[in-house]
Design a protein around this ligand. Sequence first.
Ligand SMILES: O=C(O)CCC(=O)C(=O)O
Ligand SMILES: [Fe+2]
Length: 249
Amino acid sequence: MAFCANLRDLGVFMYASNRIDFGHLVNPESFDITRTEPDMYQIIDNQRDWESRYIHIDYPENFNPEKKSIQPCPDVYWFPIVSRRFCKSLINMMESFGKWSDGKNQDTRLEGGYEAVPTRDIHMNQVGWDHHWLYFLQHYVRPLQEHVFTGYIHDPPRSLMNFVVRYKPDEQPSLKPHHDSSTYTINIALNEAGVDYEGGGCRFIRYNCSVTQTKVGWLLIHPGRLTHFHEGLLVTKGIRYIMISFVDP
Ligand SMILES: O=C(O)CCC(=O)C(=O)O
Ligand SMILES: [Fe+2]
């Protein structure tokens, strides 16, 4: 009011317009500055800004009916999904937290207390980001899954295992052949092959087919059992980070 009165006194002409986008209101209540990367936690409360920061610019193209989905190995699909900023932020969230698992079979984080094929990892719930992740799975991953594995519908998808893996030559440099405990698995590359690390990638043994030139922010989606026995290839230098989810059912 004071602002308007002041302008009137000064003879400054003012008019109202609803034809120009001046931005939008956000709810500051849920913005938690005690988190590392607080913006990453805004996926539910401020989805609009979250998408513009963290969803890959080419994501909508994944659904272009004129385009064929990329399939680097049989029944393994490859989609751009998150931005480089997302990948950097997720690595930062995990490295700031820092409590990577020891890579042993005994794992108190799991219901059965045992992991047959352990990785060095941090689970989403350890950084309080599990609800956010499940929201991401439902809104951004599920449509891709339905697009390529048609007729398989579970909404929301269920996933108890959501984690970031770290491969390092002097820590855990590879992962032996295994099946995942999933109907389908997603595997997002968080950093750059040939730049941040040497070696690495995922090999699907039945098809003798590997994806080694993974792309930052791109997701691999593949069946978890029977047909897609796979392994994590040896990292010889640097650090490789990936984000994994076992969706089941
Ligand atoms: O290193 C990879 O890309 C494969 C990771 C993997 O198979 C797993 O975490 O279950
Ligand atoms: Fe796996």
